[in-house]
Design a protein around this ligand. Structure first.
Ligand SMILES: Nc1nc2c(ncn2[C@@H]2O[C@H](COP(=O)(O)OP(=O)(O)OP(=O)(O)O)[C@@H](O)[C@H]2O)c(=O)[nH]1
Ligand SMILES: [Mg+2]
Length: 421
């Protein structure tokens, strides 16, 4: 017997039907009332009346405001995005509206557990897990390709890379190399890893250091505002310090009055020294000072922060070029220019990346905020369309929430493990 319940209205007496309907209305009304009461009194006595439907998820607490400048093109995009970490607190500096956020040290003690790429890609992997579940044990047909394409695009893999990967997989189905859903997902992973392996990256994942005698290594960090440059500098400084390097931070973002304060705070947390200048001053002069100090006091690396304003793109480009020139002058040697990209901006990230690569030759990307976004596939779009290797991924706001990017581990975590699907 099947589990089908059919109500034959013709056979039911109309008064009985009326009574049944009235009872349903009463029960539903009661249920809604219970839900209302529950939402106001979560600690009250247990309710006995059955709820007609699962209680809706509680509305998320209002996110703290993302620090933005209203006149900035990119920040206005950022406001609409889902990020805004709950534990961030905003510090107001001076009487201006300038603000920045650093995690509240008292409220959030430094996370002891090391983050994992699997944990950080939870949301992105959710897309592929759903697809796996939907296609499980089903034959590969036109719907399979449509679903796969939709999933890849939703994960922000990008149109070109998605088309290329799908074409390769279809070929493999034709040749008999892929026969079922299981081999399809294995094939997908292999194709995605292959895309990432086309880009060259240092095998040990480390940032390059100058090999010239007496030179000061400079790592320049660039990117539009709010993407996580300063936070990433704190994380990289902590990492380099942990490897025994003596690190000096240069507060090259003089656009914002609070930027130097924020970098100083990361200097404290990562146990690094900081060179700062006056707000509105010449960033190149600060980089120059940092180089002199680094040379005199035997620092191994200068990590330079920069401003990320785009409302006057020409000036930004010129300023970045100048900073790079100065940082590359003796005793400095720029060995890395890291472009920080916010993963939550998805395909917009590519447009930004192109603008920055025009200005300074970028040696690597740090993709931040991968935690809490389903757009993890943007890694593939960045690498395939720009040819720039993603070197690190930012997976949280803490000092240690930075992982070396490893193609295979990343794709395994993104597409998921066979057993999970
Ligand atoms: N969840 C999460 N938040 C991050 C990550 N990286 C940075 N953030 C947060 O992003 C916000 C902006 O970070 P900043 O480091 O100030 O960004 P910025 O690029 O220096 O910004 P400007 O100096 O204004 O150009 C802060 O609230 C950070 O805590 C990350 O990997 N994950
Ligand atoms: Mg900053």
């Amino acid at each position: 017997m099947g589990h089908h319940f059919v109500l034959n209205l013709g056979a039911v007496d109309s008064t009985v039907l009326f009574a049944v309907l009235a009872a349903v209305v009463l029960v539903l009304g009661g249920g809604v009332a219970v839900l209302r009461r529950r939402s106001h009194n979560t600690t009250g006595a247990p309710q006995t009346a059955p709820a007609p439907a699962p209680a809706p998820a509680p509305a998320p607490a209002p996110a703290p405001p993302v620090p933005v400048d209203v006149d900035d093109v990119t920040s206005s995009e950022l406001v609409s995005l889902e990020q805004s970490p709950p534990e961030a607190s905003s510090l107001q500096i001076g009487a201006e509206f300038e603000s920045f956020s650093v995690p509240d040290l008292q409220a959030t003690p430094e996370v002891v557990e090391s983050p994992t790429v699997e944990g950080s890609l939870r949301k992105s992997r959710g897309l592929f897990s759903s697809l796996r579940a939907a296609r499980r044990l089903k034959a590969i047909d036109e719907e399979t390709w449509e679903d796969l394409e939709a999933t890849m695009l939703r994960a922000d893999v990008g149109v070109a890379t998605t088309a290329q990967v799908l074409a390769a997989l279809k070929e493999q189905v034709k040749s008999g190399a892929i026969t079922d859903d299981r081999s399809l997902f294995e094939g997908l992973k292999a194709q995605l890893v292959a895309v990432l392996l086309q880009t060259t990256r240092p095998s040990n994942g480390e940032l390059a250091r100058s090999t010239s005698l007496g030179a000061v290594t400079v790592w320049l960090v660039v990117g539009v505002n709010g993407v996580g440059k300063t936070t990433t500098i704190g994380k990289l400084a902590s990492r380099a310090g942990g490897q025994g390097m003596k690190v000096l931070l240069a507060a090259g973002d003089t656009f914002r009055a609070a930027a130097g304060e924020q970098l100083a705070s990361w200097g404290d947390r990562s146990d690094s020294d900081v060179v700062r200048g006056a707000a509105g001053g010449d960033p190149s002069a600060i980089i120059f000072d940092a180089l002199q100090r680094a040379k005199a006091k035997n620092y191994d690396v200068v990590l330079a922060d920069t401003a990320g304003r785009l409302h006057n793109k020409v000036n930004l480009v010129e300023e970045l070029k100048k900073i790079r020139r100065v940082a590359d002058k003796e005793p400095g040697e720029v060995t890395e220019v890291l472009l920080v990209i916010d993963a939550t901006t998805g395909q917009n990230a590519l447009v930004q990346a192109r603008q920055f690569t025009e200005a300074v030759s970028v040696t690597g990307v740090v993709l931040t905020k991968l935690d809490g976004t389903a757009k993890g596939g943007v890694v593939l779009a960045i690498e395939a369309e720009l040819g720039i290797p993603v070197r690190f991924i930012g997976v949280g706001e803490g000092l240690h929430d930075l992982l070396v990017f490893e193609p295979k581990a990343f794709i395994d975590a993104l597409v998921g493990d066979e057993q999970l699907g």
